[in-house]
Each structure stands twice: as structure tokens, then as C-alpha cells.
Design a protein around this ligand. Structure first.
Ligand code: CLR
Length: 428
């Protein structure tokens, strides 16, 4: 893919963007009530996705062995590309009161007009002071209009955050825009105890804010606003006339379409094939209990419920953001190198990648030349490893099982911050 489609960041840096609202983890740690801790962990899990809004540039694929580090006042994070086929990126962040780690293996599916990304992998936050670990997986992401039209990003599906010490769970539904986009970017869900009793209602938009209220206030609100809610799967209201909708075919329609030949896929308009009647598989229509009997919410208009507290609000983007790949201020800072950092940086750090540096200064042609050189170099290295029967070994992470989810994961093997980079190979 040509460099013009890229943004001057590596996917490892994109992963580090999850740290933008790391203060939410400090706040979670400071809480005495496990339900409030869960509220802040949920806010953290959602806040890390906010920077994806309007970000349609493609981050550079990390080279095998590429790393990225970031040190801020109250935490630090190290990331490594631990596998190339399939691409897997691992990270480990720590601070005085918590650590946050995980691995992401994005799976891309082309649907014709859109790409669906499943960020496979598990994320874990641990709070040693409370003897607690929370885990979750990220929801799917869809980039619409990849052939023609304005690119836009949607994140949808279910995110289940589990507190493995107490059994509390927060099940959040990221809604699809729906036929008239009234659910665009919406999230809602409940925190339940281990007996599945609803304790707290969480709602917001991943692009803007997350709020929490107690379940009694939520039920009271639903009762007095009953006319606004959907009943028996029927929509209570239609969207106002003239609303500009990024309406799109529901997942099940796309799934059906994908079984048809690719030529058909590229020329057909899913919306024209199946009308709104066919949307019973839309994830936002799920009212009943989800898998494992966890309750799902049935409201679509809950925006200001009494007794709510705001857990997180997005920071405004800089004024020039749209001229700069729609970066947040945090994203704009990720390529910074202080003089001290320049002296001590790992030779594998993506700040040293020449193709990204060229794109950063606007030299697209040199960027393209360097990008293919690096990819060639990576292929050659792979070939000579094969010949000499040497297997690649990731430097800072080991493949293993997540102790809480028992899923396959990459675990930090430690030592990065000792800054002994002598044995590092030359990947650039
Ligand atoms: C979304 C949030 C997930 C992790 C994740 C993985 C892959 C990322 C995706 C996020 C956002 C969109 C993304 C994608 C890789 C390529 C794609 C950056 C961060 C861009 C928009 C590529 C567009 C390509 C078209 C122009 C063809 O938890």
C-alpha cells in the first residue's frame, strides 16, 4: 500500500495511545469500593479507543523486533512486534500502583466497501494494592467506504471487563450506528456482581464521554421515559427527516454478501440489496440476555440520567488536527525524542525508522523508497534465518498463557529499562 495512505506512526505507537488517559487507572486504584473501581477501569478501557475517531491514516506495520518506549511522569510503557506472520504486537506498562499489559493481533476482513478489524488478544490491568486483576478484549472496528466516499470508523460489539478477584463484570455494548445513525458511537451496559445482580448502569459515547449511575436511578429513568424506548424489538421512533446518515448494511447482511463472489461484492450496494426489514441481526437490537446470561440494556436515548457521575470526558483535539492526520495532542507527541532519549534509545525503536521519519517531514517519495528497502531487508533476514535454521526469538516478551483468562498471550520478560541493547539486531 502506498505511503500516502500512511500516518507517520508505527502500529506500536498506536498501541501506546491507549495510555492517553492513564490517570483513570490511578483514579481506579484510589477507590475503596470495587464497583467504583470497575467504573474507572471501564472508563479507561473505553477512553483508549477515543483516539481512533476520524483516524483513517494507516499506521506503519511494525517490522519484526521493532520496539517503542514511552516514559511519562507516572508510568512507562514498552512495546514490541513479537511476530510478523501473523502480526502480533505486545506491550507492558507499569506505574507505582498498577500495571497494564496485553497483546494485539489485528485480523482484517475485507467486505468490499469496508474493512472489518478484529483486534484479537487480551488486555489486563492489575492493581497489587487491591490484589485485583481485570481483563477484557477490544471490540471490532469497521472502516467504511474504502472504495469511494468519506472514510469513517465505527467500533461495535460487546466488551466484557472481568474483575477476577471479586467476580464483578462490566458488560458494555458498543452499538452500530443503526439505520438512522441515532446510536452512532453509543455505548451502554451494566456492572453486575458475581451473582449477576445489576449494580450500576454505564453509558456514553466512545468518542466523547462515559457516565455511571446506580441501577435504581436507571430503572426509574426507564419507567418515566418509557415512550422513548424500543419495545419488543420494534423501534419506537424514527430519525428526524433529513438526517444525514452513514447508514450501512448490518453485519449479518455483509456476512451473507461475503459468501457471494468478490466481483459481486465490489459492485453491489449492500443497502440496496436488503431493506431495513432485514436488520434483525443488528447487534444494537439485542435486548435479551447475552452469552453467559448477562443482561443487556434496551435503551437508546439514555443520555442524561439523574444521579450520574461523569467518569471520563475526551480532551479536545488541537485546532490543526485535521491537517495533521486527525492526531490528538497525545499522538502528536509520540515521535518526540529528547536529547537524553536520543542517547539511550534502543536501536530497534520506531523513532529511528527512516520511512516514518520521511513521511513526518512530508517527503513521501523517500518514505516509499525506505519502506520497500526495510521490507526487503526483513524478508532477507527471514530467509537467512531459515537457511541457518535459526528461529526468531522476541527480545522482551515470551509467549505464554494469561494467568487470569487462560488464553494465549505474550508476557513481559522484564529488563527493558536496564537499557542493555548491545545484543539487539539491526532491523533498519
Ligand atoms: C482499532 C482499535 C482496535 C485496535 C486496532 C487495530 C488495527 C487498526 C484499528 C485499531 C483502527 C483502524 C486502522 C487499523 C489498522 C488499519 C486501519 C488503523 C486501532 C486504518 C484506518 C487503515 C485504513 C485502510 C484503508 C484506507 C484501506 O482495538
Amino acid at each position: 500500500m502506498p505511503v500516502v495512505f500512511n500516518e507517520p506512526l508505527s502500529f506500536l505507537q498506536r498501541m501506546a495511545e491507549y495510555m492517553e488517559y492513564a490517570w483513570l487507572l490511578d483514579k481506579a486504584d484510589a477507590q475503596q469500593d470495587p464497583v467504583v473501581r470497575m467504573q474507572y477501569v471501564s472508563a479507561f478501557a473505553v477512553s483508549g479507543l477515543a483516539s481512533n475517531w476520524e483516524r483513517v491514516g494507516k499506521p506503519f506495520n511494525p517490522l519484526l523486533g521493532e520496539t517503542y518506549e514511552l516514559q511519562r511522569d507516572n508510568y512507562r510503557i514498552v512495546c514490541e512486534q513479537v511476530s510478523h506472520h501473523p502480526p502480533v504486537s505486545a506491550f507492558y506498562a507499569d506505574s507505582e500502583h498498577w500495571n497494564f499489559h496485553g497483546s494485539i493481533h489485528p485480523k482484517l476482513k475485507f467486505w468490499g466497501k469496508s474493512v472489518e478489524i478484529q483486534p484479537k488478544g487480551c488486555l489486563t490491568v492489575e492493581f497489587p494494592n487491591h490484589g485485583e486483576a481485570y481483563t477484557w478484549s477490544n471490540v471490532n472496528c469497521c472502516v467504511h467506504n474504502i472504495i469511494v466516499g468519506k472514510l469513517w470508523i465505527e467500533q461495535y460489539g460487546s466488551m466484557e471487563i472481568t474483575n477476577h478477584a471479586t467476580g464483578h463484570r462490566c458488560v458494555l455494548t458498543f452499538k452500530t450506528a443503526g439505520w438512522f445513525s441515532k446510536d452512532l458511537h453509543r455505548i451502554e451496559g451494566f456492572i453486575c456482581d458475581k451473582k449477576k445482580k445489576k449494580l450500576s448502569f454505564i453509558y456514553g459515547k466512545w468518542t466523547e464521554f462515559l457516565r455511571a449511575t446506580d441501577n435504581t436511578s436507571y430503572e426509574e429513568y426507564v419507567k418515566t421515559n418509557a415512550h422513548k424506548f424500543r419495545r419488543n424489538g420494534k423501534k419506537a421512533e424514527e430519525a428526524p427527516a433529513g438526517s444525514t446518515s452513514p447508514a450501512h448494511a448490518p453485519r449479518n447482511v455483509l456476512r451473507k454478501l461475503n459468501t457471494i463472489t468478490s466481483t459481486f461484492r465490489l459492485t453491489s450496494e449492500p443497502e440496496a440489496v436488503v431493506g431495513p426489514e432485514g436488520d434483525e441481526g443488528d447487534p444494537s437490537e439485542e435486548h435479551e440476555e447475552g452469552e453467559g446470561g448477562y443482561p443487556r440494556t434496551d435503551s437508546t436515548y439514555s443520555i442524561d440520567i439523574p444521579n450520574s457521575s461523569t467518569l471520563w470526558e475526551v480532551d479536545a483535539r488541537p485546532n490543526n488536527s485535521s491537517q495533521y492526520y486527525h492526531f490528538t495532542l497525545f499522538a502528536m507527541s509520540l515521535n518526540d525524542t529528547s536529547e537524553e532519549l536520543q542517547r539511550t534509545l534502543a536501536p530497534t525503536d520506531c523513532r529511528l525508522r527512516p520511512d516514518i521519519r520521511h513521511l513526518e517531514t512530508g517527503d513521501i517519495d523517500s518514505g516509499a523508497v525506505e519502506k520497500s528497502r526495510l521490507e526487503e531487508k526483513q524478508r532477507d533476514a527471514r530467509k537467512s534465518r531459515k537457511k541457518s535454521k535459526n528461529e526468531w526469538k522476541s527480545r522482551w516478551f515470551d509467549q505464554g498463557t494469561n494467568p487470569f483468562t487462560r488464553q494465549e498471550d505474550w508476557l513481559y520478560s522484564g529488563g527493558y529499562w536496564d537499557r542493555n541493547f548491545e545484543d539487539n539486531i539491526d532491523i533498519f
